[in-house]
Write a protein that binds this ligand. Structure first.
Ligand code: DI6
Ligand code: FE
Length: 404
């Protein structure tokens, strides 16, 4: 017999889209075998659920466990020195072109053993979990050789199994051109497509394939070769697009039916329309916008108008977004991008799940979805995005079943 429980006396932000936050006052949820059996106002609880073991949530807010749908949190070393250089006037692009930036993290990540990489990444992972996160996307892309890309993805999977939290991995071989391929970007793309991605796929280490489409990284033509390979292997794609300039990456991603296009500060109307047509999620990353002191805003009004779903994520990485707080990320999305607190919460629940292709399983509190919740000591859902540097998480209620 499967274990069942009734959570009652909760304010439930179901995040289904019919009313603000999908809010249910004095709500109850019935869980059985790790799945949601019923959710609604307590007074409408069907009699068949009377007598179940109960847990009283004392009027606290229940939300879906949060989802950070874009991180690079597995990496070696630190870029604090680069931070100091930027404060002395160097730009992110200058540092990158002079061999620092992503490539300095590549060196540190190649040098670290798998165990060292795991122990350096675990505190960052735990920092996210401490704020109600139950699913984390983690990218490779600081290896840029077969061995290190595989090492990063193994560490990502191990973080998930160590903490019993869902990890979705993205293969980001097309992140930067490694020193051994300097001046030979096309040859590096051949290597990614022929020698790395097929093996990564064979080892089941990548759930999706990502790329960095930018003047300092790869062209749309090069990215489309990676996407062709991903499609041939049956892997979904997503893309870092229009972060520093407009190369038409988002439209390219949309044409491949990408789950998401991410960053998007320099996205134009044609890109917006292409994303709307393909149902590609826009993932905006306020931590990178803040760190790089960007002044160009992602075109949120056009995206809203076109009906493109909006997600937000930390982009946790050592260079452009050393951020391990999903709550601060929500606050930044509101304060910097003028997103609403409801958009911020749906951006780290329902829409973030969609950006990872797991919207049928998690991201809302609905019958049939997985029982993965965060319980908060707040009076109203807007408080989650409103505070700065305060963590009101009371507890996580996850599971009674394996996470997949
Ligand atoms: N865009 C970013 O913001 C990160 N990667 C990317 O493609 C930055 C990665 C880094 O600076 O280490
Ligand atoms: Fe990123």
């Amino acid at each position: 017999m499967s274990f069942s429980i009734l959570y009652n006396n909760a304010q439930i932000a179901t995040m289904t889209s019919d009313k603000p936050y999908g809010l249910i006052e004095n709500g109850a949820v019935v869980i059985s075998a790790g799945l949601i059996q019923w959710v609604g106002p307590e007074k409408e609880l069907p009699v068949e659920f009377n007598g179940l073991p109960e847990k009283d949530l004392d009027g606290r807010l229940l939300t879906p466990a949060l989802i950070d749908c874009h991180t690079h949190l597995v990496y070696g070393g630190s870029r604090a020195t680069e931070f100091e250089l930027r404060l002395k006037g160097a730009s992110y692009e200058e540092i990158s072109r002079s061999g620092g930036g992503i490539l300095s993290t590549v060196t540190a990540t190649r040098t670290a053993t798998e165990e060292e990489l795991f122990s350096q990444s675990l505190p960052r992972f735990d920092a996210l979990l401490a704020e109600g996160v139950g699913t984390v996307e983690i990218k490779s892309g600081y290896g840029l050789d077969l061995e290190t890309e595989i090492k990063m993805l193994r560490v990502a999977r191990k973080l998930g199994s160590e903490r019993n939290v869902r990890v979705k991995t993205s293969f980001l071989g097309a992140h930067a051109i490694p020193p051994e391929f300097k001046g030979k970007a096309d040859a590096y793309i051949d290597f990614v497509c022929e020698d790395v991605l097929p093996l990564v796929h064979e080892e089941k280490l990548a759930d999706t394939v990502d790329g960095f489409c930018e003047n300092i990284a790869f062209s749309t033509k090069q990215i489309s070769r990676v996407f062709d390979k991903a499609s041939a292997l049956g892997l979904p794609v997503k893309l870092h697009a229009e972060q520093l300039s407009n190369l038409g990456g988002a439209a390219l991603a949309a044409n491949y039916g990408a789950l998401s296009a991410d960053h998007l500060e320099y996205l134009d109307e044609a890109g917006v329309q292409a994303m709307a047509k393909s149902g590609t999620v826009a993932v905006v990353l306020p931590g990178a916008f803040y760190t790089l002191r960007e002044t160009q805003f992602p075109p949120l009004n056009s995206l809203r108008k076109a009906g493109v779903p909006l997600a937000i994520a930390t982009d946790c990485n050592p260079g452009s977004s050393p951020l391990t707080s999903i709550l601060l990320c929500m606050n930044m999305a509101c304060t910097l991008f003028r997103m609403t607190p409801e958009e911020a919460l749906s951006g780290v629940t329902r829409v973030a799940a969609q950006a990872l292709g797991i919207g049928h399983e998690v991201g809302t509190i609905e019958i049939g979805k997985k029982a993965e919740f965060a319980v908060w000591n707040v009076d109203q859902p807007a408080e989650l995005a409103y505070r700065i540097g305060y963590n009101p998480l009371a507890e996580m209620l996850v599971g009674h079943g394996a996470l997949g």
